[in-house]
Ligand binder design. Structure first.
Ligand code: URA
Length: 239
């Protein structure tokens, strides 16, 4: 359920402020009934008319983006830094689903489909997120064994779906570790690795479910094709 003025604005009819004026001016009907209450909540399947013209719902868009370092995952930044929205030209009100830190790179999913976004964010979606972390030092069993059995974050035990040591480099004294999780807690990978004594130097998200970075250079985006959108809906709905 969303506020009526927001739904009207999202449909691209006018600004939220103007929508409020239209509601007060008795121009808006929900399921045939004039609504004058500003905070009225409406559901997806209700018919909304403005001046007796039916509202078309905003067309849904789905994007994959390969986020570079030094870009914030918000729709606008009060410090004037570059945001992911600077890279994707659209007049739709898309937003990122989940966050990558300012210094994290890799796969980000953006959409204006609120229902799908909610489903994706829910841990029960079991949507795997695959991260590749470069850490300081040579990772060993003493780090990986406790990591695999789970670490405490926000007083909850978090067990990764999968952990693999990909590479160690004695010369640079670093290691590359793949960690797969299905939640999206704040700084989750950095905090999980810190909990077992490993400091992350670089972090990249390689995959979200079946969606990968394939064909996307850093800073590039692409729209999901209809088959991928269908596959994503099907995956989330069978959970
Ligand atoms: N975990 C982190 O620590 N940072 C990210 O950006 C994503 C997951």
């Amino acid at each position: 359920m969303e506020r009526l003025q927001k739904v009207i604005a999202n449909a691209g009819v006018c600004s939220r402020r103007k929508a409020e004026e239209l509601i007060k001016a008795r121009k808006v009907k929900v399921d045939g009934e004039v609504i004058t209450e500003l905070g009225t909540k409406v559901g997806e399947h209700q018919e909304i008319t403005v001046d007796n013209i039916k509202l078309a719902s905003e067309q849904k868009e789905y994007y994959l983006f390969n986020k570079p370092r030094g870009v914030v995952t918000t729709t606008n930044d009060d410090k004037g830094r570059k945001t992911v929205m600077d890279y994707i030209p659209t007049n739709k009100r898309i937003y990122p689903v989940g966050r990558l830190d300012y210094d994290t790179t890799g796969l980000l999913f953006l959409t204006n489909d609120g229902d799908l976004a909610n489903q994706m964010m829910h841990p029960s979606s079991e949507l795997e997120k695959v991260y590749i972390a470069k850490v300081k030092g040579i990772a060993k069993g003493e780090h990986l064994v406790p990591l695999k059995s789970g670490v405490m974050l926000d007083e909850i035990k978090v067990i990764p779906d999968y952990v693999k040591l990909r590479k160690t480099d004695k010369v640079s004294n670093t290691s590359i570790i793949e960690v797969v999780i299905h939640e999206g807690k704040n700084h989750q990978i950095k905090r999980m690795l810190a909990a077992v004594g490993l400091e992350v130097i670089k972090l990249k998200r390689e995959r979200i479910g079946f969606l990968t970075l394939k064909g996307l250079e850093s800073g590039e985006y692409r729209k999901l094709n209809p088959k991928e959108v269908k596959q994503l809906h099907e995956f989330l709905n069978k959970k």
